[in-house]
Ligand binder design. Structure first.
Ligand SMILES: [Zn+2]
Length: 381
């Protein structure tokens, strides 16, 4: 087995568990920081380890364009290339093809698109997206899907969902036939290195989500993702779609909600029964001087912090809050010092990881009622 998942504590719909990969065990619900190009921008891997990051997400689309899958494969795979011994998940590139590239053309066969870097033409198919991810060597890899745009009429959402289902079947077949062809295919004795997750689509139509979930589960993956959310829809609708989808996913398999959200949202979704989440928000916001704290969001560039000697978040125990003042962080940001990017990112990631740790603790204690109460217990136990 390349992956095992054990549910440990259950409270209402929420659960804690352990996701065990050949690169270590991951406590769930987990927030996965995004390391787009094999780096969480500005943060060295040893600091990620210190923060307790157990799994990182990297983007196939970006690594495929630069430095290229063959290059990383020749250098021993992504773990070795980026000197990261813990778990990695790669997305299939589908979302970036749909959101970043120019002149994309979708056909039954796949998607042709132009690189956002130099305009060169490329083609991703359900098979080539898996081949690229086998070459990169992440522990968890994702089926190539079409992220349905929002809003989408039910007919269009159904067509898109059917295409994603056909692509999932093709991707899975390709994975089964080729997963042991890389040097790290069986790097751990007879243990397989990689696992392929399926992705549920269906737009915002609950019937389609239900059908997509059931038919994706019929294809039998070791884990399931919910894609196509956080694309501009109201949050109530996001929750409805998540709830409708979760009720049709097997309880004994990990459930991954792709590309969400704020600290409040990841907390809420974890309590709804989601096990894995990723989002660029904490890292991207940090680079724009937006910092999440137990007292609310802070825009560190504001003049009101110029003489503020207090820590960024008095309840945070991260290395940034333990040492530096808001005044200093504001100065670094206003002066465009590179240290600002690092310190801001470390704090925001720490805040997200602490949020998940607190959620796991609450679930273990059976304290689900705290949800929506607006009361944040500020410290982890
Ligand atoms: Zn902090």
């Amino acid at each position: 087995m390349s992956l095992s998942f054990q549910v440990e504590a259950v409270c209402g719909e929420a659960r804690t568990g352990k996701l065990i990969t050949p690169h270590g065990a991951i406590e769930t619900p987990v927030f996965m920081p995004v390391g787009t190009l094999g780096t969480v921008k500005s943060v060295p891997q040893e600091i990620l380890e210190e923060l307790g990051v157990e799994i990182l997400l990297s983007n196939t689309y970006h690594l495929y364009l630069r430095p290229g899958v063959d290059q990383i494969r020749a250098l021993g795979g992504l773990h070795k290339f980026m000197a990261w011994e813990r778990a990695i998940l790669t997305d299939s590139g589908g979302f970036q093809v749909f959101s970043l590239s120019d002149l994309r053309k979708v056909s039954e066969e796949g998607v042709s698109f132009r690189s956002h870097l130099d305009g060169s033409t490329h083609f991703f198919s359900p098979e080539s997206a898996i081949a690229a991810q086998i070459g990169l060597g992440a522990n968890i890899i994702m089926a190539f899907d079409e992220c349905t745009e929002y809003p989408a009429e039910i007919r269009r959402a159904r067509e898109s969902m059917e295409l994603t289902l056909r692509w999932a079947e093709r991707g899975k077949r390709y994975f089964e036939e080729h997963k042991t062809e890389v040097p790290w295919g069986k790097a751990f004795g007879s243990q397989l290195h990689q696992s392929l997750f399926g992705i549920v689509q269906g737009g915002m139509h609950l019937d389609l989500r239900r059908e997509s979930a059931q038919r994706t589960v019929d294809l039998d993956f070791p884990g399931y993702a919910i894609g196509g959310l956080s694309v501009g829809e109201p949050r109530e609708l996001t929750c409805e779609v998540i709830a409708a989808t979760l009720s049709h996913l097997p309880a004994d398999k990990p459930r991954y909600l792709m590309g969400v959200g704020t600290p409040e949202e990841i907390e809420q979704y974890a309590f709804m029964g989601i096990d894995m989440m990723d989002c660029v928000l904490p890292t991207r916001a940090a680079r724009h001087g937006l910092l999440f704290t137990s007292e609310g969001k802070i825009s560190i560039k504001n003049a009101c912090y110029a003489a503020d000697e207090s820590p960024l978040d008095p309840h945070c125990q991260c290395r940034v809050c333990g040492r530096y003042s808001r005044a200093y962080l504001r100065h670094l940001y206003a002066s465009k010092e590179v240290l600002a990017m690092f310190l801001n990112t470390v704090h925001n990631l720490s805040y997200y990881l602490d949020t998940m740790q607190r959620v796991r603790h609450s679930i273990k204690l059976g304290e689900r009622a705290k949800l929506h109460s607006g009361v944040r217990s500020t410290r982890k136990p």
